[in-house]
Design a protein around this ligand. Sequence first.
Ligand SMILES: Cc1ncc(COP(=O)(O)O)c(C=O)c1O
Length: 370
Amino acid sequence: MIDYKLVQQEYHVPMGAVYANTSSCGLVAKTGVKSMHQFMLELHESGSLSADQFLAEDLPRIRKKIAGFVDAQKNELALIPNFSFGLNAAIPVLRPFRKVLLLEHDYPSLTQPFVLNDFEITWISSDDGFSFDLDKIEQAIQQQDIRIVAVSQVQYLSGHCLDIEALGKICRRHNAILLVDGTQSLGAIPFSFAQSDVDIFISSNYKWMNGGFGTGIMMMKTDFIQEHEPRIGGFASFLNKNGTWKYAPSIQSYEPGHLNMGGFLVLEQALDFKLKLGLENIYAQNKALLDILVAGLKTNDIAIKGPYSNENRTGILCLSETLELTKSLDAHQIVYKARNGSIRLGLHFHNTREDVEVILQAILKAVPEG
Ligand SMILES: Cc1ncc(COP(=O)(O)O)c(C=O)c1O
């Protein structure tokens, strides 16, 4: 169960409005705003002293918290500015594998680096416009001798959630590297990097992590880092040993420059809050809300992308865009995303059953009476 009193203390949505757009950008907690503000004030007043304090005290604490949150070892975790940086930084070590499997219509930040770097790409299409058949993926891996499988855990255009556990097993069977984009899932779906067969996991934190802009995380399994030496480096890749800087290849090679210090302080508050609510609770609540929404739409024969079920979904639901629908959603002060003829709704822990009722009413009002 979500403790909504706690949520209300931290997250403010104006009376009457419904924020259903976490899939575009997550809300930021009040304590996150305060933490960023405090850090900026300290930078204003004492410059390097506050930056030094961040590096010496805050950063090790935050790194430990994030590693705990995703169940990764600290030496498997890099703090990065966003998903795109992480993937582009990893491309030089992935290039020798050449053959990659991608999903059609997956997010461009995930697919374009492979296109631009002349990988041999096998595109997998969805047969029903929503889900991806794991048997078809396995067959392609076998037949095309695929070496890298790179997928978003949750598809940004449909909300379809892949079974990463099953996909990981397929990749292990065929000795393929599994790279997962967690931008539409991390913070909404419990995830253990240690327990997974994912080799590389990269995510921006501004959506379901509620971390604001300018931070991301990347994890690589220890074996992978050791076998595939990073080809990127800079200030933060060096270790200071007894006053001298020494470069040694490690996961920290992937965090070459100075970090977005204020951004990681915001993320820390978001993590603390999620741990207070419980990630399992968040996952269950988002699914329950989606279930009510899907059932309401089914009862009224309103078509949605994918089947009338909350299976293989987390907090995202898409339906066809019409002028009446956008007008009605706007009139009900619902924040959503309209793109390429589709309306995308993204429900997270701050949403309530009442929110879902408002969304349903808005949708029903937009349907012409038959
Ligand atoms: C699946 C997925 N990956 C990545 C991103 C964003 O990546 P970046 O922060 O690098 O622009 C998005 C944004 O919508 C996304 O949906």
